[in-house]
Design a protein around this ligand. Structure first.
Ligand SMILES: NC(=O)c1ccc[n+]([C@@H]2O[C@H](COP(=O)([O-])OP(=O)(O)OC[C@H]3O[C@@H](n4cnc5c(N)ncnc54)[C@H](OP(=O)(O)O)[C@@H]3O)[C@@H](O)[C@H]2O)c1
Length: 366
């Protein structure tokens, strides 16, 4: 476990790193509620607490469907000199909408960085959009199963679209970071001959959980391997955190009622909202989560924290599976077996095919 005091000190050190010569830029998709929203607020709090003179500046793009004046107001109160841009999505289950929203982020960031006189760069993407779904299969008009379209394909598409700014080389060198809020502990079976789980015998709750989890881990590995020195990715389990997910997901009356009863009881074991936001923000810490082949010098708040072990069990390999308290999640032998068969590449290519087919205006049917 990394102590919260170290997490906060490292977050403050990044916020006050004036040598960067430009503001810290984060994009939080699913940033309008729950874990994503706490990350936005804690970024604001950390910079606001440091003060305008000490902070390097902060710009956060918040992606989601529901514009929240309350959230924007709270961010401006926490950090009056920060820039908080809400970029409204219609439905991030649709890759076309992901593309539209990301084009807007890129255009805004290019415009703002040019006005400030530095190269455009995104430091951190947090992908936290997701719904709970226990019912039957429902596909989007683009041919993707809806919960997977939001929680896996749409998240990966966000990163793909923002990749040029995430991996842009700047001086001093500053890699891009990505955090996927999900759960590596759900990694299980891969149905190799039905990767989209289209056959009803394969569309089980367990396979669906495993699909979101193991595909996320493998896509992280594939991207880390393709972007050495410039991109680090974390598949993160946030622990139990108070959120709106049971209200905004289309759950049956029974399941929703069970959630409403269980939630107050869960409070005692839940990760507090502010701690959750600080820990998600910490996933952008290069000294602990560096890209592959990125030299790290132990220094400052994290000097005594070892560089994390990657999903492949190698230190600093660029793709990480991390628990809510910043411990590395136990190596998964089953996933290792799939990795040895080249499944990370298979999943990456399957996902890219889905993107290409949809971008060409067709429905994905694989
Ligand atoms: N909370 C926990 O204890 C916990 C534990 C483990 C894993 N997780 C995972 O963490 C992720 C975040 O969950 P949370 O608990 O923070 O839930 P939440 O409060 O419901 O937040 C979900 C976010 O996703 C966005 N979203 C959902 N559907 C969308 C769509 N079709 N288009 C655009 N945005 C969409 C929502 O924004 P809008 O409504 O504004 O669109 C919201 O910002 C989920 O994947 C969840 O499974 C949560």
């Amino acid at each position: 476990m990394v102590a919260l005091s170290i997490v906060e000190a490292a977050n403050t050190a990044r916020a006050t790193n004036k040598a960067a010569g430009r503001p810290y830029v984060a994009v939080v998709s699913g940033g309008t509620s729950g874990i994503g929203m706490y990350a936005v607020q804690e970024l604001a709090r950390t910079h606001g607490k440091a003060g305008e003179a000490a902070s390097r500046g902060l710009r956060v793009y918040i992606l989601g469907r529901r514009a929240s004046d309350e959230l924007l107001q709270s961010c401006r109160t926490l950090c009056p000199f920060g820039q908080f841009e809400f970029v409204q999505a219609k439905d991030l289950a649709l890759m076309r909408d992901v593309d539209r929203v990301c084009e807007k982020v890129v255009a805004l960031e290019k415009e703002k960085s040019e006005a400030e006189g530095h190269a455009p760069k995104i430091d951190l993407v947090v992908a936290s959009q997701g719904i709970l779904h226990f019912g039957g299969r429902e596909d989007t008009t683009e041919g993707l199963e809806r919960p997977a379209a939001i929680g896996y394909y749409g998240r990966m598409r966000v990163v793909d679209r923002l990749l040029p700014l995430l991996t842009a080389t700047v001086t001093p060198p500053s890699p891009g970071h990505v955090a996927f809020v999900m759960n590596p502990q759900l990694e299980g079976n891969i149905v190799a001959d039905d990767l989209s789980l289209r056959q009803s015998k394969n569309y089980t709750l367990r396979n669906r959980g495993s699909q979101l989890s193991v595909y996320t881990s493998f896509y992280c590995e594939a991207l880390a391997a393709r972007n050495p020195g410039t991109l680090a990715l974390v598949h993160y389990y946030p622990g139990g955190v108070k959120s709106n997910i049971s209200e905004t997901s289309s759950l049956g009356l029974f399941t929703r009622t069970m959630f409403r009863i269980a939630m107050p009881l869960m409070r005692i074991v839940q990760v507090p909202e502010a701690e959750s936001g600080q820990r998600v923000s910490f996933l952008g810490e290069t000294s602990v989560y560096p890209p592959a082949e990125f030299p790290v010098k132990p220094d400052g708040a994290t000097a005594k924290i070892p560089v994390s072990k990657g999903a492949d069990d190698k230190t600093g390999s660029g793709a990480y599976r991390i628990n809510y308290d910043d411990d590395v999640i136990k190596f998964n032998d089953k996933t290792a077996g799939y990795r040895a068969q080249g499944m990370a590449d298979t999943i990456y290519k399957h996902t890219q095919r889905a993107f290409d087919v949809i971008a060409s205006g067709q429905k994905f049917t694989e």
